[in-house]
Design a protein around this ligand. Sequence first.
Ligand code: ADP
Length: 499
Amino acid sequence: MVWDISSVFKSLRWKLQFFYSALLATVITFSGSVFYYQVWRSTFAEVDRGLEAAALYLDVMLRSFPPPAIQQGFDMLSISPPIVKPDGSSPPPPRPRRSKEQFLEELRLPKELNIPGMNGLRDQPYFIVTTSNDKLLKKDFLPPGYSEEDSLGRSFYPRPSLITLKNNLREVRMIGPGGAKIIVGKPLNQEFIRLRNIAFQFVGIGFVFLVFGVGASFAIASRMVRPITQMSATAELLSEKDLSKRLDPNQIDSELAGLADVLNRLFSRLDASFSRQRQFTADASHELRTPLTVIRSVSELSLSQPRSSQEYQEAIEVSLKASERMTNLVDGLLALARLDSSSADFHLQQINLNDLVSESISLLGPMASEKQISLVSELHAVQILGNAESLLRMIDNLITNAIIYNKPGGEVVITLDCENNKASLKIKDNGVGITEEHLPFVFERFYRVDKARSRISGGSGLGLAICKGVVEKHNGAITVQSVVDVGTTFQIQLPVWKD
Ligand code: ADP
């Protein structure tokens, strides 16, 4: 199977899948990052709190001595002489004071300080205490490679200030009583190892969630598109086998019912269109076949034995009539084909409809007189946007029908005026009329009420279908009213031209 990447971008299922997975990955990454940041922050906050508390503890311890003693590195403690009063009496002896060694021995970080790593073997907190001029008082647990000179050379402030040194060391430094420099620090190796482990766990758990989530989203996306796939498969089956069948809306999810309805209506239209097409082709072939059969049989008969010139002439006349009928039919078919084609080929222009009607009346006048029909007209000037050629054909058809399907001495009244912003053309005759059961079908292609009469008059049954096509192409409407033996009225309404 050839894998086409472009099909992935077009697939609704893959798009849903991608969207879900991206959303899930974003949520997992974001929540994991926030959680990890919180752990990271609380870890270092705990270390910092412990280091600050330790620095302040050392500061308090130093404060139990006078600042000058601290400045001199406690050297004066051991040489403090007894104080003698001027009257010779001796004050009570001072309370025994701790010696420098005793004090320095006591100067250490007690376990109660609760600095992370305090009780462990690794990452033990360290400290340095010096006088203001960097004379070392005490240092404890300094990590290997620690540079005291570097550290003491940095800035010190009265308040504890925190810094992170290279080699993963976190330190707090401050100035204590008598300018003493206090540094308390701690290697952060254990914290970093713990954080790295937590990060690995987060990534692992996140990955498991993501895999499950992607699996679930795949199932959801498949489930969501399944009805569409099923529907399109059913639709394909129906369209292949039987266009008269329809999708059952009761078996389709409500969200897709609208689509099913659209498809059903499309099927109905296609079905109707295909049957019309079939009917049309059958009718057209049938209509063409009759004159062709006439020409053929007349020709065969004429050639079957020698004939007089009179007989040949008659045969040619019959053939000519048949070919005229075929020409009419083909003309009609061509006109319908043009009307069915796209509107781009249908050129519209500003037209005086009354001029077209007058032209048609004067063209058909001789025919009317021949059939003893009088043409009466009452035309008002009306302008429309239309196609002159097709409109003229339509008017000719209607007036011709009104003459043909009339009685000798009959009358055709043609009126044109403007009603409610619409051009209204009425062609009224007092001829044979059309029975009620035929009326709904007279605009259909090849429909003829009285076939014999229509054929004799050279009618193809396409005239009114062409009229309807022309009117619809102009966004208008055509209606018919008829009473048998009283007469027929065709009314056409077209939008008027507005500047
Ligand atoms: P045709 O070319 O056969 O006249 P049309 O489409 O023009 O076909 O007309 C369809 C049918 O409608 C005709 O066969 C005819 O019976 C009927 N018809 C049309 N116009 C009139 C009319 N003015 N009076 C009576 N019948 C009419």
